[in-house]
Design a protein around this ligand. Structure first.
Ligand SMILES: Nc1ncnc2c1ncn2[C@@H]1O[C@H](COP(=O)(O)OP(=O)(O)OP(=O)(O)O)[C@@H](O)[C@H]1O
Ligand SMILES: [Mg+2]
Length: 502
């Protein structure tokens, strides 16, 4: 192969031309003032909103407020060495994060940099963290279930792929546990999970990662963390970074589950950042665009149509309430953007009903189309039954004489509550959920003592696996309920072997 002199000189000429244009792009400005993670910079006249800039100490910043004679920049890193008068360079890039398969199994920060000490992430692909949500025509209605493995959710408030379901509750009501169990249940569901931890303690995140690792869930999970010790801008960016990573998979036809734990902390971080940038405060001192903060994030969850590959992003945003007040500012905002909410209540939690889902206040607006046929048959009216049981229960406390029908309702309700209890990190496959809910709703548990229900369930499901696995297989493969006679016969057979306590 000969080398052509004219080709080489053409290349060199081109390089020189590009070199000059690169210099033109990197305008340099000077810091006028700096404090609390915010810098005001003069001289960056051409900077774009959201553009990345570089400070002289290597820290990155993001241009936020473009004003007539200066630019407000949030600093994404250490800012102690940045001084008045130091240089700030434009990069010409909008904020982006690395994306791709290589991130799976890793723990990264809001900028996509690894923080798990497992070495660099070798990916060349990036995506901008802010990008417009999928349009109307590119979407499809939700029609595939996302099995959480939690009986109370899959039966009462089913979630579909591409849906946004809010998980809301006071502190320490088992919110994070719901997300972790859902992730654990995705092991064989062909789902990539992204857990975004916002403003949590490093030790809590560490424990969560360990739980995922121990249960083998890290093989299909990315953890994005911006812990409480990080500057506010990183907390604000973490969810966008997470969803950008998810979009890469969705547009390649894959299914993604993303958990934002939690958006109240993101809103607080955004409030801090906005106040420091001197944006006008509104209700509860949040800036005027706090609704847009969450709507543009949650709108990026979608189920794509078949021409685009049929991928999906299902979002589980969390919001923490104060004393169960779901009508506060941020909770009502997020409730109005999502397709339903799961309300976790602290008095249920403390009375031992765990997961502490309040059936009356929880809904899923996509729900039904996201349940398999067998589940729809056994759990159709369960949510309303449970809600009316809670009302009756309150009345029955007055000790008035109860008629037979009411008594039967109360008995069934007490058993329903027992069946819907579930231990931590024990997600249950949908076919097993159907079998125990069938027994409950068809009255086969009415003669089992309430105290025995949970043991009955465990032994029954175990027994089915060994003696009637064909019933479980049928539900798993076809999604339909097997012949009711066959199930009834199996239950009767099992009951002969079940020993009641007392
Ligand atoms: N189904 C369950 N069965 C038994 N214990 C549970 C269950 N769910 C949660 N817990 C326990 O309750 C405690 C609080 O759970 P979790 O951390 O999930 O709540 P949270 O609402 O996320 O709390 P925070 O507000 O601190 O984030 C944990 O110690 C957890 O082990
Ligand atoms: Mg939590």
């Amino acid at each position: 192969m000969g080398i052509k002199a004219e080709e080489i000189s053409a290349l060199i000429k081109k390089q020189i031309e590009n070199y000059q244009s690169e210099i033109e792009v990197s305008d340099v400005g000077t810091v006028i003032s700096v404090g609390d993670g915010i810098a005001r910079v003069h001289g960056l006249d051409n900077v774009m909103a959201g553009e990345l800039v570089e400070f002289s100490n290597g820290a990155m910043g993001m241009a936020q407020n473009l004003e007539s004679n200066n630019v407000g920049i949030v600093i994404l890193g250490p800012f102690a060495e940045i001084r008045e008068g130091s240089d700030v360079k434009r990069t010409g890039r909008i904020m982006e994060v690395p994306v791709g398969e290589e991130l799976i199994g890793r723990v990264v920060n809001s900028l996509g940099q690894p923080v798990d000490g497992l070495g660099p992430i070798n990916t060349t692909k990036t995506r901008p963290i802010e990008s417009p949500a999928t349009g109307v025509m590119d979407r499809k209605s939700v029609d595939q279930p996302l099995q959480t493995g939690i009986k109370a959710i899959d039966a009462l408030v089913p979630i579909g792929r591409g849906q946004r379901e809010l998980i809301i509750g006071d502190r320490q009501t088992g919110k994070t546990s719901v997300a972790i169990d859902t992730i654990l249940n995705q092991a064989d569901q062909d789902m990539i999970c992204i857990y975004v931890a916002i403003g949590q303690k490093e030790s809590t995140v560490r424990a969560t990662v360990e739980t995922l690792r121990k249960n083998g869930a890290l093989d299909y999970t990315i953890v994005v963390t911006a812990s409480a010790s990080q500057p506010a801008p990183l907390l604000f960016l973490a969810p966008y970074a997470g969803v950008a990573m998810g979009e890469e998979f969705m547009f390649n036809g894959k299914h993604v589950l993303i958990v934002y734990d939690d958006l109240s902390k993101q809103a607080s971080a955004y409030r801090e950042l906005s106040l420091l940038l001197r944006r006008p405060p509104g209700r509860e001192a949040f800036p005027g665009d706090v609704f847009y903060l969450h709507s543009r994030l949650l709108e990026r969850a979608a189920k794509l149509n078949d021409t685009l590959g049929g991928g999906s992003i299902t979002a589980l945003p969390f919001v923490e309430t104060q004393a169960g007040d779901i009508s506060a500012y941020i909770p009502t905002n997020v409730i109005s953007i999502t397709d339903g909410q799961i309300f976790l209540q602290s008095d249920l939690f403390f009375s031992g009903v765990r997961p502490a889902i309040n059936a009356g206040l929880s809904v899923s607006r996509v729900g039904g189309s996201a349940q398999i046929k067998a589940m729809k048959k056994v759990a159709g009216t369960l949510r309303l039954d449970l809600a009316s049981f809670r009302e009756l229960e309150a009345f029955a406390q007055f000790g008035s004489d109860l008629d037979k029908a009411t008594k039967a309702k109360l008995d069934r309700g007490a058993r329903t509550v027992e069946v819907l209890k579930q231990d931590l990190n024990k997600p249950l496959k949908v076919e097993k959920q159907v079998m125990i809910l069938y027994a409950l709703t068809r009255g086969h548990l009415d003669d089992v003592a309430v105290a025995d229900i949970r043991r009955f369930e465990a032994e029954y499901l175990n027994w089915l696996e060994h003696n009637h696995s064909e019933l479980l297989d049928e539900i798993r493969t076809t999604g339909n309920l097997p012949k009711e006679d066959a199930i009834n016969a199996a239950i009767a057979e099992f009951k002969k072997t079940f020993v009641a306590t007392a």
